[in-house]
Design a binder for this molecule. Sequence first.
Ligand code: MLT
Length: 263
Amino acid sequence: MTTTQHLALHTLREGHGLPVLLVHGFPLDHRMWEDVAAALPSGITVVAVDLPGLGESPLGGEPPSIEAAADAVVAAARAAGLERAVVVGMSMGGYVALAAAERHPGFVVALGLVDTKSTADDDTARANRLRIAAAVSESRTVDAVLGMPGALLGATSKIARRGLTARLEEWIRSQRPDGVAWAQRAMAARPDRTEVLARFAGPVSVVVGEEDTLTPVEAAEHLVAAARGATLVVVPAAGHMSAVEDAPAVANAIGDLWAVARD
Ligand code: MLT
């Protein structure tokens, strides 16, 4: 067993029955889900994980890969007594959720895909990630990703929800450079998992901020078209961080998914 299997799990809500497991985006940690967890119906167990090297999780010795992250998430959840879960991933968390569905189909009962996509990077995006990973590794700082809130937040939030930029910056600033570099290299190496979604038998909910420019509405529509009967929720006036920009809307979609999966 490698140390990546000792990921930090945070119980954001105590409940019973089928749990919801939340997987954060890059370069963030479980804190991005706090408002969503608070807005979910009471009675649902809500657990959020920190991916390898991010938040309170150790990096471990695995070479960077989304598959290693997915294995570590499921191992940590199982070690904590979760036998199966509604797995909800935002952006990078969505890549991990899809890998978990492929590799641990008995664990993933339903999939929530929030501001994410199933396709792989093109050469330009991959090269950009590797450049950022190298900059972070060499500088041993997260300076290269500190500007990300500008791209993560939607146009409306940048004007109307001014406190969010500082909140995101604080979360990003607190990440470890080795974890940030590992995550970038893992995302750069990930394959297209559209077929995984096509094969997935459980319920799927796709959520996207109307103003998401990183994984836009078209990427969400591609997910819905690939899945066997997914629902699509477009969150108005929100960007890539719809889960933070309009947490009640995202919680509502997750609550609906949980209700379908539980039946
Ligand atoms: C994220 O929010 O997790 C990132 O935008 C994912 C990515 O860089 O592809």
